[in-house]
Design a protein around this ligand. Structure first.
Ligand SMILES: Cc1cc2nc3c(=O)[nH]c(=O)nc-3n(C[C@H](O)[C@H](O)[C@H](O)COP(=O)(O)OP(=O)(O)OC[C@H]3O[C@@H](n4cnc5c(N)ncnc54)[C@H](O)[C@@H]3O)c2cc1C
Length: 505
């Protein structure tokens, strides 16, 4: 079968690219290894409860009718009406460090006022930083790479404030340890502090349904349980793919959301010599992976005195965004209360989610030593509530019990280490779940469960192999809106504009 374009991966970037191409009558197929679409932004059921895998909030909120913002561009390009997304804004969120807290909301003035209150001698610098961010064109894909911290230090001289600014931006979008690329800093600053957070009442499944319906209506083809085993080459050009079942499909262009390292492997897989195919530039495997604990409470978090929608916290004055030596670093993280968005209806489940940085190798080693593999993905934590003995692993192999015991131990540690920032919720937990870096690898296929992919990004999407382009996380645009816009812009640039279609920017 021959296509105008083959897209690897039915995550946000793949689906958005697919819609865009199908809208212009391109013959396009999205190939997804899993039996369900959504990538990292998927959802699942556990003990009768609905959980999102990767959604805390949609960043980049824009009010209806706003022009020129990422969300407005996305809606325009995919021909989705603002109302259809059913977005509800956050109340307010905060960055909470020892001895200092900065509140922020979708009105940037709140953060500005908070900086003026807590760091009066820094507020002029903060204003200048905000101006520099506002004026920087992050869409200039050819801009030279520079580190963010030296730029930020030109404006902010107080290390605590510097780390408090970096903390949310890194947790929601840095593939690098310790620092970010300046253009990535700008993308994240605008998406979190200038634009802000919102969420559909029904969470990510609502967004995914919208995208999949739009894709099918436009005539796109989606194949699930269709893992790509290798990228085919013809005279040094990407000519198509071979599926894990051996079937071959050919195309004029291949757009891959599998990640840079992973796409590179697909080029050199199988019998073909890597040199003959050519290979995308070598890229380091990302080191940053997460655990996520999900507690179902017996009442809304608000009734326990927890008002924020999201809290980015550190228990140390200097915040360390790096791969931990231990299984998990619970000294910093993100606490999300999805029920604290301004939703029209109280959600059925009162959730409290905590994200921490985790060490992929250590979790994989535990799983391996378990001999019989623990279930992959979420929905695997056996302990029903803090303080109760694990039950679901009764009768399992001892090593497997150790794996689950580690999850239980880290769940408890993670909850204990947020108590400097929120009220003690632990006696109100009626069900828990937890996922580890293995889950992230499972949902994304990313090596080492690297949530934000490789630290090396290919901003133009070009791999050096004609006809093969990177979209999504490793093009450098992250999160739900960022990944979707990445798919759209790469589809426009490398398929539609190449074919001479008149494409609105
Ligand atoms: C805990 C957590 C919370 C998050 N919270 C938020 C949030 O609140 N807001 C937000 O905006 N973002 C959030 N994110 C980030 C967001 O989920 C990602 O940035 C975004 O989903 C990336 O989309 P993508 O299309 O680039 O890649 P992915 O979602 O990784 O999709 C890639 C797809 O490709 C498929 N694939 C890979 N290899 C192959 C192959 N060989 N053959 C076939 N298919 C293949 C994978 O199965 C996957 O479906 C969060 C992430 C995590 C881990």
């Amino acid at each position: 079968m021959h296509y105008d374009a083959i897209i690897i991966g039915a995550g946000m970037s793949g689906l958005a690219a697919g819609i865009r191409l199908a809208m212009f009558d391109k013959k396009v197929v999205v190939l997804e290894r899993h039996y369900v679409w959504g990538g990292l932004n998927s959802f699942y059921q556990y003990k009768g409860h609905q959980f999102d895998v990767g959604l805390h909030a949609m960043t980049n909120y824009a009010v209806k009718g706003a022009r020129g913002l990422p969300l407005s561009r996305l809606l325009k390009q995919l021909r989705i009406r603002h109302d259809e997304l059913d977005l509800h804004q956050q109340g307010f969120s905060s960055v909470s460090f020892p001895g200092e807290k900065l509140k922020f909301s979708n009105d940037f003035n709140l953060l500005r006022d908070e900086v003026a209150r807590a760091f009066p001698h820094q507020v002029d610098g903060f204003d200048k930083l905000a101006k520099a961010v506002r004026e920087f064109n992050e869409l200039d894909l050819d801009a030279p790479q520079q580190d963010a911290r030296p730029v930020v230090r030109r404006f902010i001289t107080e290390p605590l404030l510097e780390d408090m600014i970096f903390c949310p931006l890194m947790f929601y979008g840095s593939a690098r340890e310790h620092d970010m690329d300046w253009d990535q800093f700008v993308v994240m600053f605008k998406s979190i502090f200038f634009e802000g957070f919102a969420r559909p009442q029904q969470g990510v499944r609502h967004v995914l349904k919208l995208l999949i319906d739009r894709y099918r209506k436009a005539g796109g083809e989606l194949r699930l349980k269709a893992g790509v085993a290798r990228i085919l080459n013809s005279n040094g050009r990407a000519a198509g793919i071979e599926l894990e079942n051996g079937e071959q499909l050919t195309a004029e262009a291949v757009l891959s959301s599998a990640g840079l390292v992973e796409t590179s492997r697909l080029c050199s897989a199988g019998s073909q010599p890597a040199q003959a195919v050519g290979a995308p530039p070598t890229a380091p495997v990302g080191k940053l992976s997460f655990t996520e604990t999900i507690s179902v409470l017996d009442k809304p978090a608000r009734e326990l005195g927890i008002e924020e929608t999201i809290i980015f916290f550190s228990n140390r004055q200097r915040f360390a965004y790096e791969q931990p030596q231990d299984d998990v670093d619970t000294s910093s993280g993100v606490i999300c209360m999805p029920g604290n968005f301004s939703l029209p209806q109280e959600p059925k489940d009162h959730l409290l989610r905590i994200t921490n940085i985790a060490n992929f190798d250590r979790w994989i080693a535990k799983a391996r030593s378990a001999g019989s593999q623990p279930a992959t993905g979420a929905g695997t934590l056996p302990a029903p509530a803090v303080g109760e003995a694990p039950t679901a692993c009764a009768g399992e192999a001892p090593a497997l019990r150790d794996y689950y015991a580690a999850k239980q131990r880290w769940y408890e540690q993670s909850c204990a280490d947020v108590l400097g920032h929120i009220a003690d919720f632990r006696s109100h937990v009626k069900l828990v779940d937890m996922f580890t870096p293995r889950t992230i690898r499972h949902y994304t296929g990313h090596e080492a469960g690297a949530v934000y992919g490789s630290p090396r990004k290919l901003r133009t999407g070009q791999t050096g192999i004609d006809g093969l382009y990177i979209i999504g996380t490793d093009q450098g645009f992250l999160g739900i809106i960022g990944a979707a816009l990445s798919g759209i812009s790469m589809a426009n640039r490398w398929v539609l504009q190449r074919d001479g279609a008149a494409v609105e920017a």
